[in-house]
Design a protein around this ligand. Sequence first.
Ligand SMILES: [Zn+2]
Length: 431
Amino acid sequence: MSGTVELGRYSIGVGDRFAHQARAQLQACIDASWAGVDLEPVWNKSNREHIIIGSEPSQTRAAADAAVKALGWGQPYFCDADHINLNTVDRFLVPCDFYTIDVADFIGKPARPAAVAGFLKRRADLAGAIGFEGSGEAIKITSARLRATAEKFLFAVQEAGKVYRRIESAKGKGNFITEISMDETDAAQTPEELLIILAAIADEGIPIQTIAPKFTGRFNKGVDYVGDVAQFRREIGLDVAAIAWGVRELGLPQNLKLSIHSGSDKFSIYPAIHEATKGSGVHLKTAGTTWLEEVIGLAEAGGDGFALAKEIYAEAFAHRDELCGPYATVIDIDHAKLPAPAAVAAWSPAQFTAALRHNPHAPEYNPSFRQLLHVGFKIAAKMGSRYLNLLDANEAVIAKNVTENLFDRHIGPVFLGKPSPADALQDVEAR
Ligand SMILES: [Zn+2]
């Protein structure tokens, strides 16, 4: 039996680096249900983040369970072992019920020639034109493209199968949600490639409910999308059609949908995401956003909280090269625009929050300042209880920022079709 545990049509991945904001995040989902959309929260945290923070997956589970109990949430919710592989999955087997199997490292590695030949024979009918019902769209896969895609991705899908079976043997079939992610790689996958990858996943017997391709354009951490919005719109439309085709023709789970990683703050493509996925559903992963709202809340609180927020920035500025290094491909900081810590020391809380908060039309908003703090969570992790105690002491003001940010700037435009903060910018410019 499969599909006992099923992800609903709309879900949101909420990262919570310090496991202090689960209630505030859940509140945003409660607000969503009042606004008319059933939205399932998924608390995601990668092995990498657990190592940086020094936390355990069981703490994420405990925080989620406590929030659900405190707020009386009666709908489904999940804990996601984000970006795991065969080496890292074990510590997540007990506390998680959602697994994002990351195959990016295996893309481009060769599968055995016999396996590639077997796939090409089995799936020979993929070559040619494939029409998507209802959309009027079609894609054309040449036999050269079919072979090249099999050679590039088949080994990665086989590796995903190994991880899936490890989880299945520990938890039992149908007792967890499986996602495959390919976003942390250099090249975007085209809809043609996605369709071929789905066929390989079906052959491997992995009942994925979400899949995270790498899309065209840049998904920098904590800031807006950088790329060709029209091209993204066309691509995501075809991806959704390819997934619907995969459900129909390949027997993949009925609720299979796209997962969008680094999904926070991508205001300029939210209308396209909403439009493309309102029927099929979507999983939007946000993570770093919540940590920045903690810093905003501390600044807004004034006093010791604001002093610590300024100290975190000063430390991040001093260590900017080592903090930015590992994130070089997903941040875009103009170092000339980073204010000197001595200048920031003289700022008011309002100046600090206006520079940090992602209001694209606010003249004080400083994306370089925001991105440096985004990758600066290691500084707060090193502060340990000094940081955590101030989170507790200023819980109300922080929670308000966490909930509002998720609901107003993310859930509204992606799931409810409300204007995105980027639209507000265009309105201002048009006037
Ligand atoms: Zn990802």
